[in-house]
Design a binder for this molecule. Sequence first.
Ligand SMILES: Nc1nc2c(ncn2[C@@H]2O[C@H](COP(=O)(O)OP(=O)(O)OP(=O)(O)O)[C@@H](O)[C@H]2O)c(=O)[nH]1
Ligand SMILES: [Mg+2]
Length: 172
Amino acid sequence: MGLLSIIRKIKRKEKEMRILMVGLDNSGKTTIVLKINGEDTSVISPTLSFNIKTITYQNLKTSAKCMEMIFNFVRRVVDSSDLRRLDDCKMELDNLLKEERLSGASLLILANKQDIKGALTPEEIAKVLKLEAMDKTRHWQIVGCSANTGEGLLEGFDWLVQDVASRIYVLD
Ligand SMILES: Nc1nc2c(ncn2[C@@H]2O[C@H](COP(=O)(O)OP(=O)(O)OP(=O)(O)O)[C@@H](O)[C@H]2O)c(=O)[nH]1
Ligand SMILES: [Mg+2]
């Protein structure tokens, strides 16, 4: 393989970002991925196993992996209207972040379903999840959103893409 083709291969690789999306059942993971990809969100059914989807976003190919079956008890997408389950959410998030494979991963917490009356605000959720007390090396952001209206999704994914892109050296 010539040097040029190796460089091209690296370039292509660097433009691919792998996202692991996990969350409570019914929290809106599937709807978020469809919405961000401009697909129809009117008929949604629970994901039975897991879902792997590649979406093109800001010239970066983003492979959003929704492994709901395997990671059903690992919560990272927050259903802001489901108050009772937030403590479990905190415990599972802490366990998830202990995973060595995720040690350098950027963490985006989507506080979904903000359109529902009485939903906790992102600030309130950040408090329950004690995000400020997290290891200082972790890059994290919490964003309120609604997969129904699309509000906040771009803000969240923009942060994620920029945060990951800023850490990698892209040849151009
Ligand atoms: N009001 C409101 N409903 C939402 C929102 N996002 C998703 N929903 C609804 O919540 C329900 C569950 O959404 P899904 O996208 O299937 O959730 P999921 O996390 O993929 O669920 P599983 O596949 O079972 O793990 C659906 O009825 C969606 O229409 C939102 O932002 N606001
Ligand atoms: Mg689903």
